[in-house]
Design a binder for this molecule. Structure first.
Ligand SMILES: [Ca+2]
Ligand SMILES: [Ca+2]
Length: 147
């Protein structure tokens, strides 16, 4: 077996084959970014791709749930349901009980085009904070309860 430049065997060496099943499973693959989370806590990992959150229906296909734009997912209010921040729309969507996403008011955001975001508990208070990336020096970090 030969190893690549990084010392890792290529996928085909291990017999792993990836097949594009995007359209077969009812998904759209346009837009920027994607994320996976079990938004309705049914044990099946759901997906947000092409700006659409889609529910995994027992591994057989996906059903569109909400159009939310490109973004990142995290449970910002610690209720057990994964929420979603759309950096392309500059909106926070609270997951209301599983598969309903309701816009949640954020503090005033910089009036600019966002280029991404990330979640993390930056101040270690147990609440997930939000970092919003923009091309200006007004990058913002929003903390905890968003009050
Ligand atoms: Ca699920
Ligand atoms: Ca939540």
């Amino acid at each position: 077996m030969s190893l690549g430049a990084a010392g890792v065997a290529p996928a085909q060496t291990a017999g792993v084959v990836f097949k594009d099943r995007t359209a077969d499973l009812g998904l759209v693959s346009v837009g920027e970014g994607a994320c996976w989370a079990d938004f309705n806590q049914d044990g099946w990992t759901d997906v947000c791709a092409g700006g659409v959150i889609s529910q995994n229906r027992a591994g057989t296909n996906f059903a569109k749930v909400a159009e939310v734009g490109a973004g990142v997912a995290a449970d910002f209010d610690n209720d057990g349901f994964t929420d979603f921040f759309s950096w392309s729309r500059l909106k926070l969507y609270r997951n209301d009980g599983g598969m309903r996403f309701v816009e949640f008011m954020l503090p005033q955001l910089p009036k600019s085009v966002s280029r991404g975001a990330a979640w993390g508990d930056f101040n270690n208070d147990g609440f997930t904070d939000l970092y919003q990336r923009s091309p200006s020096p007004s990058d913002k970090t929003h903390q905890g309860s968003f009050k």
